[in-house]
Design a protein around this ligand. Structure first.
Ligand SMILES: Cc1ncc(COP(=O)(O)O)c(C=O)c1O
Length: 389
């Protein structure tokens, strides 16, 4: 089935729910057993049926089944947030003395996890240039257990050569490639055809799509499923049924929403590119963007999230610009129906590369509003900018 058809049909089992199209929200901790034998048998399972709320409910199983099919992996695991999906996926594969390779452009809270929790547990992190490709080989140690990719990178949108990195990783027995695939969604990048072993999503973003829940998803190959599922279970990082129900509901309309986010994002990016206030637009779908060739080769679309570097201007005037926007709200997240904008310069941390931009950096999420009105909003607010040169 094509992705559009899968979005509608995957994970649906009305025969298990009195014919009801969408699985209901199973609010559950306790499952009752008729006999001691049935209770004991329930302990020998591979997470494929209901035994206790923390191991999943039919609502959660439905979302997990749909995600696994869309991603093209073996099975999926729903978790409490995108970040818990990342932290539990990484930590499932490491122990004291091990080493992980993380792109310098990683989502900042992933960096904080590596620098605090992983370091505290005796796991060392090396940050690498996201554009390294096959040369990542030189950074491997005998103890390297996890290589992570995130493409495009958070805040600055560099595209990684995931197939090249995957080939290198797979020359090293016992090392896994984990991808944060949130930007592309399961529609625009198919991780398992590109050599990824474990793919994670912040389903908080486009999958749920309405900015009202926290939810993470991890999808793995068959080889790695039990390692990750057991680990998530041992930590107790389970998703809630209510959130999973909203995640599944969002998933059904992902493709129509994304078409509009993509179109609005590209319209805004092209308009911004020609503005005198703008030094650079960071959007991999633009032909003159550095990562465009790789994006064109490996992705089938772009979501509505991209970056803008302004010409050097006073902080006060950038704040006045941001404060005067009427349709773009200031907000941390993205992937919902609404347009958002965020000043990002302070959040760009680099230790393996240098981020070079003379002016302030913004992140824009193109929502589902009229692109014409979004452009008019930016146009009007740009009048507040005061340039230094
Ligand atoms: C690329 C990326 N990955 C992961 C996350 C974390 O997701 P959550 O906020 O659901 O923990 C985010 C959130 O902004 C993100 O942008």
């Amino acid at each position: 089935m094509k992705s559009d058809t899968l979005l509608v049909h995957a994970g649906r089992h009305p025969e298990d729910h009195h014919g009801i199209l969408n699985p209901p929200v199973y609010r559950c901790s306790t499952v009752l057993y008729k006999t001691v034998q049935a209770l004991e048998e329930s302990e020998h399972h591979n997470f494929d049926r209901m035994t206790y709320g923390r191991y999943g409910t039919p609502t959660i199983f439905a979302l997990e089944e749909a995600m696994a099919r869309l991603e093209g992996g073996f099975r999926s695991i729903a978790t409490s947030s995108g970040l818990s999906a990342i932290t539990s996926a990484i930590s499932a594969f490491v122990k004291v003395g091990d080493h992980v390779l993380i792109p310098d452009t990683v989502y900042p809270p992933t960096r904080r996890f590596c620098d605090t929790v992983l370091r505290g547990y005796g796991v060392e992190t090396t940050y690498y240039d996201p554009e390294i490709g096959r040369a990542i080989e030189s950074l491997f140690r005998p103890t390297t257990r996890v290589v992570m990719v995130e493409s495009p990178g958070s805040l600055t949108f560099e595209i990684q050569d995931v197939p090249a990195i995957a080939t290198t990783v797979h020359h090293h027995h016992g090392t896994v490639l984990i991808m944060d695939n949130t930007w592309a969604t399961p529609l625009f990048f198919k991780p398992f055809t590109k050599g990824v072993d474990v793919s994670i999503h912040a389903a908080t973003k486009y999958i749920s799509g309405h900015s009202d829940i926290m939810l993470g998803m991890i999808t793995t190959t068959e080889e790695h499923f039990l390692t990750v599922k057991n680990h998530v279970t041992h930590w107790g990082f389970c998703a809630g049924s209510e959130e999973s129900w909203l995640g599944l509901r969002g998933l059904r309309t992902l493709s129509v929403r994304l078409r509009q986010h993509q179109e609005n994002g590209i319209l805004l990016a092209n308009w911004l590119k020609h503005r005198s206030e703008v030094e650079r637009v960071l959007h991999p779908a633009l032909q003159d963007s550095p990562g465009h060739a790789l994006w064109y080769r490996d992705f089938t679309g772009a979501c509505g999230l991209f970056g803008v570097v302004l010409r050097p201007c006073s902080v006060d005037s950038v704040n006045a610009f941001l404060n005067s926007l009427e349709l773009f709200a200031l907000g941390q997240s993205w992937g919902g129906y609404e347009s958002l904008i965020l000043p990002t310069s302070k959040g760009i941390v680099r230790t393996a590369t240098r981020w070079q931009a003379a002016g302030p950096c913004l992140r824009i999420h193109a929502g589902l509003e009229s692109a014409e009105e979004l452009i008019a909003d930016l146009d009007r607010a740009f009048r507040h900018l005061r340039f230094l040169t």
